[in-house]
Design a binder for this molecule. Sequence first.
Ligand SMILES: [Zn+2]
Length: 74
Amino acid sequence: MPRGDGTGPKGQGPETGRGMEDIGQKRGGRGGGFGAGPSGDCLCPNCAERVPHQLGTPCYKVKCPKCGTLMIRE
Ligand SMILES: [Zn+2]
């Protein structure tokens, strides 16, 4: 049994830290911006205007504020 080395008991420390690090990375290091989820922007296929997608209102029911074309989900 190695004494003073601390390899055995110390192994628990780094292991725990690693697990938390993994979760942190998977939750996304970037600030987000790709609207591939439940939230995002609606895009005008005519003039490329973007408006924030509103909950309960599908993009194809929203008219572009600029040109009046029905928006699409980005
Ligand atoms: Zn438009």
